[in-house]
Design a protein around this ligand. Structure first.
Ligand code: ADP
Ligand code: MG
Length: 375
C-alpha cells in the first residue's frame, strides 16, 4: 500500500456514526479536516458533527463507493464491518488500516490464534462448533467457563457463563449464532487495558495502562493510571507492543487484559479502534486517543502521549441520564460528555464523565457517593 500524508482541508471518511466516530470527527475538526460519515441513521452521534452524511447500511456498495469518492482517507469506528466490503473499498479508496485487522478481530477464534501466534498468554480455551464439543472440553477447562460467540458479541452480549454441567444445553443455544469459543473463567485481580496507536511509517506510541471496572459486563469506570506495579505496567506495554507489531497495526488497537494475583497477564480481547477505556485521554493526556488516531491514519508523526493528571472516567448509561442532568449544577469539576443519542435506553452508552484528580481514593468515593451510579 502506498503511504499518503493527509492534510487539513482534505476529507476523512468514517465508517460508523456512533460515539467513537463522533469523537474522532471532533478531533479531526480541530485539525481542520473535512469529515464524511457512513451510517444508516441520518442523526447518528457522528452525523451530528460531520460535514457530510451518507445515510445507508455499512455494506451497501454504492454507499461505500460514494464514501470513497468523497474521502481522501477512510477509517472506521467499529469492527463489525463486512470484511469483503472493506477489502473492496480498499481497492477503490485509501484505507491505510487495511482489512486484515478487521478480519481477525471480528472473529474470536481468529483473534485468539493471532494472539497465540504473537506469543502472548490467553485464557485456556477451546473452539466449539457443536454442543458435544462443550462436553468434550469443559472438564479440562474447569468450572466456571464462559462460552462466547465467535462473532458479533459486545458488552457481554453473546456470552454464557457455565457453572455446572447441567447448564450446557442452555449455553449451547449460543451456537445458533455460529461457532463459539469456550474459555476458562479467570479469577483476575484487575482488568487493565492498553491503547496503542501506529502510523503507516511504523511509528508507534501507547497510552498509559489503565484499570477497568465492569458492571454487568459493561465498562463502568476507568482509572488512569492503573494502580499496578511498574513491573506489571511495563509487561502490559511490552505485550501490547508485541501484538501491534505482529499485526502490523495502522491506526488504533485497544488491548483488554486480565491481571492475576501472581502478576501474570492474560490477553482478553482486541478492539481495532479507539476504546471506551481511553476516553479519559481527552482531558487527562496532552493528546487524546481520538486525536492520535486521526494523526495515525493521516500519517502525521506521533509523539508518546503524556498523562498530565490522574483521572477517573465513568460511563453514563441510559439509566444515568436523569440523575446526571440534576447533578450538573453541583459538579463544576466534572467533564461531562453526552453523545447526542435521543433515546436513553437502559444500559445504552449515552455519555461519560471524566474527573481529574490529585486524590484518587477521595475521587472514587465521591463518584460512588454521587447517587448517580448504583455501586
Ligand atoms: P465484550 O466483547 O462483551 O467486551 P469480553 O470478552 O471482553 O466481551 O467480556 C466482557 C467481560 O466479561 C470482561 O471484561 C470480563 O469482565 C468478563 N470476562 C470475559 N471473559 C472472562 C474470563 N475468561 N474470565 C473472567 N472474566 C471474563
Ligand atoms: Mg471486552
Amino acid at each position: 500500500m502506498t503511504k499518503k500524508t493527509i492534510l487539513p482541508g482534505q476529507t476523512i471518511g468514517i465508517i460508523g456514526g456512533g460515539q467513537l466516530g463522533r469523537m474522532m470527527a471532533l478531533a479531526a475538526k480541530h485539525n481542520g479536516f473535512r469529515v464524511a460519515v457512513l451510517d444508516p441513521a441520518r442523526n447518528a452521534p457522528c452525523a451530528q458533527v460531520a460535514d457530510l452524511v451518507i445515510a445507508a447500511p455499512y455494506d451497501q456498495y454504492d454507499a461505500l463507493y460514494r464514501l470513497a469518492e468523497e474521502s481522501d482517507v477512510i477509517t472506521y469506528e467499529f469492527e463489525n464491518i463486512d470484511y469483503e466490503a472493506l477489502k473492496w473499498l480498499g481497492e477503490r479508496a485509501y484505507v491505510p488500516q487495511g482489512a486484515e485487522l478487521i478480519r481477525i478481530t471480528q472473529d474470536r477464534i481468529m483473534e485468539k490464534e493471532a494472539l497465540v501466534h504473537a506469543g502472548v498468554e490467553v485464557a485456556p480455551y477451546a473452539v466449539i462448533q457443536q454442543e458435544q464439543d462443550i462436553y468434550d472440553t469443559i472438564d479440562r477447562l474447569g468450572y466456571p467457563s464462559v462460552l462466547k460467540t465467535a462473532r458479533g458479541g459486545y458488552d457481554g452480549k453473546g456470552q454464557f457463563v457455565i457453572r455446572e454441567r447441567e447448564a450446557v444445553p442452555e449455553a449451547a443455544e449460543l451456537l445458533k449464532n455460529g461457532a463459539c469459543v469456550l474459555e476458562k473463567w479467570l479469577s483476575f485481580e484487575k482488568e487493565i487495558s492498553v491503547i496503542v496507536s501506529r502510523n503507516p511509517d511504523g511509528q508507534q506510541t501507547h497510552f498509559p495502562v489503565v484499570e477497568n471496572i465492569h458492571v454487568d459486563n459493561i465498562l463502568h469506570e476507568t482509572i488512569a493510571p492503573a494502580r499496578v506495579t511498574e513491573e506489571v505496567a511495563d509487561l502490559a506495554v511490552e505485550m501490547a507492543t508485541r501484538i501491534s507489531e505482529t499485526l502490523d497495526l495502522v491506526g488504533t488497537l485497544a488491548i483488554e487484559m486480565f491481571l492475576t494475583e501472581d502478576g501474570r497477564i492474560f490477553i482478553n480481547e482486541l478492539a481495532p479502534r479507539p476504546h471506551n477505556s481511553g476516553h479519559f485521554s481527552i482531558e487527562a493526556c496532552d493528546v487524546s486517543q481520538f486525536a492520535q488516531h486521526i494523526k495515525a491514519v493521516c500519517n502525521w508523526p506521533l509523539r508518546q502521549p503524556v498523562l498530565l493528571k490522574d483521572a477517573v472516567m465513568v460511563n453514563l448509561l441510559g439509566e444515568h441520564i436523569e440523575p446526571i442532568m440534576k447533578a450538573i449544577p453541583e459538579k463544576p469539576d466534572w467533564f461531562i460528555h453526552l453523545y447526542g443519542k435521543d433515546v436513553p435506553k437502559e444500559k445504552r452508552k449515552m455519555g461519560h464523565v471524566t474527573i481529574l484528580t490529585d486524590d484518587m481514593d477521595a475521587t472514587l468515593d465521591s463518584v460512588n457517593g454521587a447517587g448517580i451510579w448504583k455501586v
